[in-house]
Design a protein around this ligand. Structure first.
Ligand code: NAP
Length: 496
């Protein structure tokens, strides 16, 4: 149970504490932030509303702890991460329970998220030991005008304090995907979890606490992003921001100082379906890609662009599968569960009504109860409809019928987003040409877009992000290169 057993110390009355200086604390603000259960629409948990003064203290402690951590042997950093991963996996049940109650994640998927997170932490520890143990050795005579009088040794050193801000949809996995690379690379880490998902994140942080990381190295400050977000992201002690979320990331990028940024933002992942595609495979992937976790995934299929000649057949196959999706509470692991908030449900409804007004074909009747929206496939969507371009982050999927592949590529590239995309065809040559033409960070051939496996590079173009994630890229991103040059009194040639 959340806040029980080994997690008892993170709860004070009915408010979960924040984590600073190796301890669980109550905020001096005396204020708390309610977390509304998307299913019941009632307050389920409360977290501390941390003050600016508390953020300042966390930053001071993070700076001091980082100096010592950078001197901690790499193998020892890895050892602690492996320990945290094991504790996290052992306590997957209470953490998964929080995900069910805070973000209405289907129970089975909630457990998977925690296990996947433990695996990510372990993989990161192993990868860090390998890649951070290596540097480069260069000699000067490879550049014109130089003799062999200089040896350059380069290595990767930590950035300092990394600020991690994950979104609500994977509050554990997208937190550890920032925490683990930051720590293995010798940084300290300040986490600001999403409000919906904060309690799951606090439980996860307690697993790192139990693993025995030094005081102050990891902290977790809670509070509404709209209230403490700017203070955190513009804090002078922060040396790197790793953010995953929506357009908020664009405004953070404009306000942040001259520090490395890792931004993983929204997407409008297109699924281009050619005439020769295996339509059963496409339909199965549209269901998985478009409706898993009720469409609340950055890499969900968010628009289907299908060749007119096979569109009727594909739409029929998808419709047949939509009827079979179970709709209901996350506790029962239903396929479609309530979306995260009432405002999110209202936004989705706005997109649906706009499509209705402009003449889209409704393959199912539109149905909503509270935050629960039944899965909906919208056929004959046209570019003048909002749903053709905007990210619903809900179980609503538009189908646009195209007359040529070029039309599909054009629609994909006209989007502000460029996260992922996918193409279905049996012709690998065509698939490669289309993949090269699509302006997205990743293109999947014959499968729906996906972020995992977590060690694959993952990046968004345009408004979908800055930089690249994936274990190796995140570790590299959270380091800087340091060179030492040895100057010799005379040219030195080996064995010459
Ligand atoms: P969001 O509203 O942008 O929030 C993301 C995080 O930013 C939350 O922790 C939020 O805290 C915090 N925040 C809010 N205002 C802030 C501010 N002024 N300064 C600093 N932080 C602030 O996104 P979301 O609704 O949680 O997640 C959905 C979005 O994330 C979608 O657009 C989705 O595509 C995207 N996403 C992208 C990826 C990817 O890897 N590309 C993965 C998953 C999701 P509060 O909760 O307290 O407001």
């Amino acid at each position: 149970m959340a806040g029980n057993g080994i997690f008892a110390e993170i709860l004070d009355g009915d408010v979960f504490k924040y984590y600073a200086d190796g301890e669980w604390k109550k905020s001096n603000s005396g204020k708390s932030v309610p977390i509304v259960n998307p299913t019941t629409r009632r307050t389920h948990y409360k977290v501390q509303a941390c003050s600016q003064e508390e953020v300042n203290k966390v930053m001071e402690a993070a700076k001091a702890a980082q100096k010592l951590w950078a001197k901690t042997p790499l193998w020892k950093r890895a050892e602690l991460l492996h320990k945290a991963a094991a504790i996290l996996k052992e306590h997957k049940a209470p953490i998964a329970e929080c995900l069910v109650k805070e973000i209405a994640k289907p129970a089975k998927d909630a457990v998977t998220e925690v296990i996947r997170s433990g695996d990510l932490v372990s993989y990161c520890a192993e990868e860090g030991v390998r890649i951070l143990g290596e540097g480069k050795f260069l000699v000067s005579d490879s550049f014109p005008g130089n003799e062999r009088t200089k040896y350059c040794l380069t290595s990767k050193i930590p950035l300092g304090v990394v600020l991690a801000i994950p979104p609500f949809n994977y509050p554990v996995n997208l937190a550890v995907s920032k925490i683990a690379p930051a720590l293995i690379a010798g940084n300290s880490l300040v986490l600001k979890p999403p409000t919906q998902g904060a309690v799951a994140a606090l439980h996860m942080v307690h697993c790192f606490h139990l693993a025995g990381f030094p005081k102050g190295l990891i902290s977790c400050v809670t509070g509404k992003g709209s209230e403490i977000g700017d203070f955190l992201t513009m804090h002078p002690a922060v040396n790197c921001i790793s953010f995953t979320g929506g357009d908020t990331g664009i405004s953070i990028s404009k306000k942040a100082g001259m520090i490395p940024l890792q931004m993983e933002l929204g997407g409008k992942d297109a699924c281009i379906v050619l005439e020769d595609a295996d339509l059963d495979l496409v339909a199965a992937n549209i269901i998985k890609g478009g409706f898993s976790y009720s469409g609340q995934r950055c890499t969900a299929v968010k628009v289907v662009l299908v060749m007119e000649s096979v569109a009727d057949s594909l739409v029929e196959k998808v419709k047949a599968k939509v009827v079979k999706l179970t709709v209901g509470p996350p506790e029962e692991s239903c396929d479609i569960t309530p979306v995260v908030s009432e405002s999110s449900a209202n936004f989705i409804e706005g997109l649906v009504m706009d499509a209705k007004q402009k003449g889209a074909t409704f393959c199912q009747e539109y149905r909503r109860e509270g935050n629960l929206i039944w899965p909906l496939l919208l056929d004959n969507v046209r570019p003048d409809m909002r749903i053709a371009w905007e990210e619903p982050f809900g179980p609503v999927l538009p189908v646009i019928r195209i007359g040529s592949v070029e039309e599909g590529i054009h629609h994909c590239n006209a989007s502000n987003f460029g996260l992922q995309g996918c193409v279905f065809t049996k012709d690998i040559n065509k698939a490669m040409l289309i993949s090269d033409a699509m302006e997205t960070g990743t293109v999947q051939i014959n499968s729906a877009p996906a972020r995992g496996p977590d060690h694959f590079p993952f990046q968004g173009f345009k408004d979908s992000g800055i930089g690249s994630q994936g274990v190796t890229n995140s570790i590299n991103m959270m380091t800087k290169v340091k060179s030492t040059v040895i100057n010799l009194p005379s040219p030195s040639y080996t064995m010459g």
